[in-house]
Design a protein around this ligand. Sequence first.
Ligand code: DAT
Ligand code: MG
Length: 143
Amino acid sequence: MIMERTFSIIKPDGVKRNIIGKILAKIEESGLRVVATKTMHMSRREAEQFYAVHSARPFFGELCEYMTSGPVVVSVLEGKNAVASYRELMGATDPSKASKGTIRAEFGLSIGENTMHGSDTLENAAIEVAYFFSGTELVNSAK
Ligand code: DAT
Ligand code: MG
């Protein structure tokens, strides 16, 4: 197994409901390590660029509106098979279809307000980390 880094967002619905700590605890309990984290409020431009792959989808406008509706918490997570293991911990995009015990099943409100983002591939993880964090914000993990 390989140590990987993935990129996570606690979306505005999570921040609004004051469950940042609960979610980060679940991430840590799963064995992943938080190597960088910060609260930020995405601009429309940042949201549109971040979700550019979905720009032709009917929900794109709504998605960008939502992601800029309040602060988010962006984090870099490290661990064995971090990309896949974090996707598993988050659960399916639609919280009503997410497996029991996943973060989206527990906290997600709807397919749009689904509390979490996690990178889908190692390649996208590297792009997304670099989009939101500078090199000096990333620490070496404790071994
Ligand atoms: P994921 O976030 O699980 O990778 P995705 O990449 O397909 O899912 O979509 C990105 C986000 O867009 C998703 O977290 C919530 C929103 N979204 C996806 N499908 C949607 C739909 N049918 N209606 C409204 N929002 C949707
Ligand atoms: Mg996706």
